[in-house]
Design a protein around this ligand. Structure first.
Ligand code: NAI
Length: 284
């Protein structure tokens, strides 16, 4: 079975390098027309240039694929409107959105300026919301859409120095959890990717010998599957160096302490309340 994207149009944000570039190349190789969005700034979100997105477009076109570039910032709603307009003008439809653009402003929470918090939320959480909101009515109307949020193990499990990033990354999972419900009857499927890969974002964080096994191209097959006809919805797919699994939010059984529950009865029942041995995800 070959999974083809012929006739489909995809927007990949932050696709000028790293993971986004691989996602864009693979979708194009499989026949999608791809809009390569990238602000082209530095890793902390400063600066900007169209060179990175342009070079990925050139690579796709040289390989016989269809692509155009767009230099909008995902955190600028007007720019995102322009991205959607440009996509419709060039290709006439939008089937796939991969929200991948991202920056880092790592610092312990004690040292973090509020501006570092705000800017990271602006790009990851609001940027994802702006792009998703801009394609949402189009996907509902055509009864077809595939959207990927890029979350992170830092958001799901926590990581020292990434309070801003972790908050934003779990935020996109919250957005997915509602949109999977609101998009269901119109065949709009929405999933989240939690990757680990060797990119400029991780080159100073992960030891070199580990990085060699973590090529971003080993994450991309999972993302591209999430963009396919048969995609699931509401899944958090973790992908690292060719290994894949699923992370879920689970809950255990209620412990009923009655109308006369007290601080002491909570304390006495604590082992039972926190017994996760039979925990399950909530199914609607
Ligand atoms: P990267 O830095 O190579 O790629 C991010 C791209 O987003 C860059 O090309 C950058 O120019 C672009 N970008 C940044 N702000 C933008 C904006 N406002 N508008 C448009 N484009 C913008 O990093 P990488 O690793 O490829 O990251 C891709 C995504 O994966 C990010 O969302 C990141 O948080 C996430 N991620 C990466 C992990 C890893 O191990 N590399 C781990 C967990 C999550």
């Amino acid at each position: 079975m070959t999974i083809s994207f012929t006739g489909k149009t995809a927007i990949v944000t932050g696709a000028g390098g790293g993971l986004g570039r691989q996602h864009a190349l693979e979708l194009a190789r499989r026949g999608a027309a791809v809009v390569v969005n990238d602000l082209g700034g530095s890793m902390d979100g400063t600066g900007g240039s169209s060179a990175a997105a342009d070079s990925v477009v050139a690579e796709i076109v040289a390989g016989g694929g269809k692509a155009i570039s767009n230099g909008a910032s995902v955190s600028d709603p007007k720019g995102v409107e322009g991205l959607v307009k440009q996509t419709l003008e060039a290709f006439g439809r939008i089937d796939i959105l991969i929200n991948n653009a991202g920056i880092l402003r790592d610092k312990s929470f004690k040292k973090m300026e509020l501006d570092d918090f705000r800017v990271v939320i602006d790009v990851h959480l609001l940027g994802t919301a702006y792009c998703t909101k801009a394609v949402w009515p189009i996907m509902l109307e055509q009864n077809y859409g595939r959207i990927v949020m890029t979350t992170s193990p830092s958001g799901l499990f926590g990581n020292f120095g990434q309070a801003n990033y972790g908050a934003a990354k779990l935020g996109v999972v919250g957005l997915m959890n509602t949109l999977k419900i609101e998009g269901a009857k119109n065949n709009v499927k929405i999933n989240a990717l939690a990757p680990v890969a060797a990119t400029r974002m991780t080159e100073s964080l992960i030891p070199k010998d580990r990085l060699e096994k973590l090529g971003p191209e080993l994450v991309t097959p999972g993302v591209v599957y999430l963009c396919s006809e048969d995609a699931p919805t509401g899944v958090i797919l973790q992908a690292v160096g060719g290994r894949f699994n699923v992370a879920e939010i689970v809950e255990n059984a209620w412990v009923d302490l009655g109308a006369d529950c007290t601080v002491e009865s909570v304390a006495e029942s604590w082992a039972k309340i926190t017994d996760m041995s039979a925990a399950k995800p909530r199914r609607r």
